[in-house]
Design a protein around this ligand. Structure first.
Ligand SMILES: Cc1cc2nc3c(=O)[nH]c(=O)nc-3n(C[C@H](O)[C@H](O)[C@H](O)COP(=O)(O)OP(=O)(O)OC[C@H]3O[C@@H](n4cnc5c(N)ncnc54)[C@H](O)[C@@H]3O)c2cc1C
Length: 470
């Protein structure tokens, strides 16, 4: 049967993509379905992209998988041609009470993760400033934890997507799963664009993993926690800076002043309990509380604030990842409640899912031939003289130095929406936030995709951008 797969994955977020990447290397027929128009348009679209080290409690599954996933990142990023920057996190004290607590925190961290990641206590402001010149003079001391990382999350997700496609995985976007029937030998997946069958099904549906679980008769409870992040034009920081807390929260690490691989500052996130999965509003109080929390820790030029955005965490009951078989059948595996640090943990989550598949009886045989991904060339990453040879065409986005050829290449590699092109290339994400290049990008998209401007959308669905004059 043509619609029969070995493994079907619901969700092309970071969890589903890493699972697809692993399965693409095995002799299997694999399908990924997602109701959005492009990969990574769910929870994985709006987060901080920090490869974390410290996640409390250390014995939790999310903490263990984050440490395991963290260590896998160098090898994966090298293989896929994705930039990974390794840096440190400084947990700093600004008042004497917090300073007094630092030795205890240090001892606790050293004891729990000291054998895996470097941890040091620095009780001198001068020494700390040497490690991180962007720190405010009000900081008295801190704990320095090595092994953190930053990646461009879209580079990584598109790389995983392209690698999976090149190695035979089928993707169906704009395809919403509306029902599931679990039979003895296979699972039937009813979607908005047809019915698929698969021997095994992975529920990696992010915020909607509870709905998918319900379709197979399981109950998984998810709470929603909105987090706002503010992006600045630049940052004086080379490392992540977080304030020391007296009592850690089980639901959030508390946020930090961070940076992106493009050298921008990114501060947050906070945590607000919400009721709607689609609530990504940013309130004035969010911005004020984030600025109030991190401004006293930093000293230096941040340029102008570029934007504030929100993401929603699927916080599971018990505050830990749910990665297990359905209670009704070993043919279905839930990957639910993948809140922070899910991005960090994703490579290890995928390995765990493969172990469960093997336990359920799936034969995981390595392919003899794997096609490696060739990363796209970027104007801003090559010598100017080479660019002048004209190989990369004219510049479309002046702020981020993105060429017309890069936009065309992004579309050829799968971008179908304006945000897809922006996230893939970085066009429209600089100082002017797209006001100078969006029209030109749309014109190129219309030509490449052979659709009218009115049919192009920001992020799929009904998010049209251009309206014909009546
Ligand atoms: C504000 C914030 C900051 C964060 N910062 C960090 C960080 O710095 N480091 C870190 O490690 N983690 C961080 N995280 C956590 C991380 O973003 C998530 O753990 C991760 O993105 C979850 O990915 P996922 O693939 O499980 O879910 P998703 O990305 O949501 O993917 C699920 C996919 O399933 C699809 N889907 C849902 N229902 C259906 C259906 N019925 N049919 C078809 N498709 C469906 C959705 O469209 C979606 O694309 C942060 C999260 C937030 C909100």
């Amino acid at each position: 049967m043509d619609n029969m797969y070995d493994v079907a994955i619901i969700g092309a977020g970071i969890s589903g993509l890493f699972i697809a990447y692993e399965l693409a290397q095995k002799k299997l027929r694999v399908l990924v379905v997602d109701k959005k128009s492009e990969p990574g348009f769910g929870v994985s679209k709006a987060h901080a992209a920090i490869i974390h080290v410290v996640q409390l409690p250390f014995k939790s599954l999310k903490s263990r998988l984050a440490r395991e996933g963290n260590k896998m990142y160098d090898e994966i990023c090298r293989r896929l041609g994705v930039k990974l920057v390794r840096l440190r996190t400084l947990v700093v004290a600004r008042n004497p009470l917090h300073l007094l607590l630092l030795p205890f925190m240090y001892w606790y961290l050293k004891r729990n993760i000291g054998s895996e990641f470097p941890v040091s206590l620095v009780l001198s402001r001068k020494k700390l400033k040497k490690i991180e010149p962007g720190l405010s003079r009000r900081v008295l001391g801190g704990i320095v934890i090595g092994g953190y990382g930053i990646v461009n999350p879209f580079d990584l997700m598109y790389a995983l997507y392209e690698f999976s496609i090149q190695n035979g995985v089928d993707f169906r976007f704009n395809t919403e799963v509306t029902g599931i029937r679990v039979e003895e030998d296979y699972v039937e997946i009813i979607t908005s664009s047809g019915v698929y069958r698969s021997h095994y099904l992975i529920n990696a549906a992010g915020l909607y993993a509870d709905d998918i679980a319900r379709m197979v008769g399981d109950s998984i409870k998810i709470e929603l926690g909105k987090g706002v992040l503010i992006v600045f034009e630049k940052t004086p920081l080379r490392n992540i800076v977080a304030p020391a807390y007296l009592i850690p929260s089980p639901k959030t690490k508390g946020g930090a002043a961070m940076l992106t691989t493009e050298g921008r500052g990114i501060w947050g996130p906070n945590l607000t309990p919400i009721k709607s999965k689609e609530n990504v509003s940013v309130e004035e109080r969010d911005v004020k509380s984030i600025l109030g929390k991190f401004s006293p820790l930093i000293d230096g030029d941040l340029g102008v604030p570029l934007k504030a955005f929100a993401g929603v965490r699927p916080i599971p009951e018990g505050n830990d990842f749910v990665i297990r078989f359905s209670s009704n059948s070993k043919r279905v595996i839930h990957v639910a409640g993948i809140e922070s640090p899910g991005f960090t943990a994703a490579p290890a989550i995928a390995k765990r899912v493969l172990a469960l598949l093997s336990d359920a009886g799936l034969n995981l045989v390595k392919k003899e031939e794997i096609f490696e991904r060739i990363p796209p060339r970027r104007l801003r990453e090559i010598e100017v003289s080479e660019a002048y040879l004209g190989r990369l065409g004219k510049v479309v986005c002046i702020c981020n130095m993105v060429s017309e050829a890069e936009v065309r290449e992004a579309i050829r590699r799968g971008s179908r929406t304006l945000q897809g092109v922006m996230f893939r290339t970085g066009a429209g994400m600089g100082l002017c936030q797209g006001s100078m290049c969006v029209a030109e990008i749309l014109r190129i998209m219309s030509g490449e995709l052979k659709v009218s401007l009115e049919d192009l959308t920001l992020r799929g669905g009904g998010s049209w951008i251009v309206k014909k004059r009546e």
